[in-house]
Design a protein around this ligand. Structure first.
Ligand code: BTN
Length: 284
């Protein structure tokens, strides 16, 4: 046991949460670990746990070996077979509601650092929440936030990493509308020419990085977070297509501002601020 006594909830015989707990160096994140062989969605489960309000859930992590009904952003499905990292982290953030827009960046940076440290692959952040390797999506993050007047009641950071997932199999399950998206997916195993990644260690690094960046946010070091995000961005300085309210236009991504919004320059030199959730942005 490292540092703190963790509570483990694991209805199956799996050794995963114990092994993870033994190597994990976090103080808040993963104080309590729920581990399941199969759930509908760790995100749904985490939200239902935090809504019950009967215990201190700050830092609780829900991990599943596979998800039957994994959720992506914008009501998309997230295919989650065994071999991936599928987890949701509950936070009761001590930050102002206005800073909630930085939580997706915290999640994306943690994933990006984790992949790069564990595999030496060069993953980058495709604004706002995708993690890509040479343009192909290897991970996605989803943040559900509940705001109570000016305070954040809770935030649930959902993270999926296609670690040892066979991406060709994913294509078989995906519906026609999502086919284009499936073709752009990759996994760590695929990028490492078939070599598997230890997902317990990958999860450990991820939870440690999440704690690190979350504490930076709590300590008001948001400038550092944004600067790191700019360095890791694969969107900045590139031509992108923005799809917003029935219009679509090409522009150049020129900055990420202090709230995590994307600043773009149109061909008529007009500068626009694109807020997460208001538009879809893809590389030209
Ligand atoms: C996206 O790119 O659209 C976001 C994908 C987020 C997937 C993760 S896997 C763990 C957590 N549980 C879910 O149901 N979704 C998130």
């Amino acid at each position: 046991m490292q540092g703190i006594d963790r509570i483990i909830v694991c209805p199956s015989q799996s050794q995963f949460p114990n092994e993870l707990s033994q190597i994990l160096h976090t103080l808040t994140i993963a104080k309590k670990i729920h581990f399941y062989k199969e759930v509908g969605s760790t995100q749904d489960l985490a939200i239902s746990i935090v809504k019950k309000k009967f215990e201190d859930t700050h830092g609780t992590v829900i991990i599943a070996e596979r998800q039957k009904n994994g959720k992506g952003r914008i009501d998309r499905k997230w295919i989650s077979p065994k071999g991936g990292v599928w987890l949701s982290v509950i936070l009761k953030p001590k930050i102002k509601a206005a800073q909630a827009t930085l939580l997706p960046i915290v999640a994306a940076l943690a994933v990006c650092d984790t992949i790069n440290q564990k595999t030496r692959l060069n993953s980058k952040i495709k604004w706002p929440n995708d993690i890509v390797i040479e343009g192909k999506k290897v991970s996605g993050t989803l943040v559900d936030i509940s705001i109570d007047s000016k305070n954040i009641d809770y935030a649930v950071l959902g993270i999926g990493i296609n670690a040892n997932v066979d991406v060709t199999n994913i294509k078989r399950y995906i519906d026609t509308n999502s086919r284009k998206r499936a073709l752009e997916m990759t996994s760590l195993k695929k990028e490492l020419s078939g070599k598997k990644v230890n997902i317990i260690d990958l999860s450990r690094i991820l939870l440690e990085k999440l704690e690190y960046y979350y504490l930076q946010l709590e300590k008001h070091y948001s400038k550092r977070i944004i600067q790191k995000c700019r360095q890791r961005s694969e969107t900045l300085n590139n031509l992108v297509v923005v799809e917003q309210q029935n219009e679509s236009f090409e522009c150049k991504a020129i900055d990420i501002d202090s709230d995590g919004a994307l600043i773009v320059k149109k061909s008529d030199n007009n500068i626009l601020r694109i807020v997460v959730g208001d538009a879809l942005v893809r590389r030209k």
